[in-house]
Design a protein around this ligand. Structure first.
Ligand code: ZN
Length: 91
């Protein structure tokens, strides 16, 4: 039985990892970016979690304000900010 996200989160972290910050509004193209530490390409569209794992979602109301991910290759953490505000078309 695979461990759940909550169980993984529940594990105690023994060391404080440095978190890099990345502003998505400063990224050109489709939103792919290289890991600041090891250079592996991280794509926010990739939901397989092969390359990275989502650690934390920070919401402000219903708006996603920041997303903390962990690179699976080098274990560094990256906080993504600058998510586009999705405008709903009610018409
Ligand atoms: Zn990395």
């Amino acid at each position: 039985m695979p461990e759940t996200f909550a169980q993984r989160r529940g594990k105690r972290e023994t060391k404080q990892l440095l978190v890099s910050e990345l502003d998505l509004t400063k990224i050109q193209g489709k939103g792919d970016f290289p890991c600041p530490n090891c250079g592996v390409t991280i794509s926010p569209e990739d939901e397989t979690e092969d390359v990275y794992t989502i650690i934390e979602e920070k919401l402000k109301g219903d708006v996603l304000e920041a997303l903390v991910i962990q690179c699976n290759k080098c274990s560094s953490r990256i906080q993504l900010t600058g998510f586009p505000v999705l405008e709903m078309d009610y018409v």
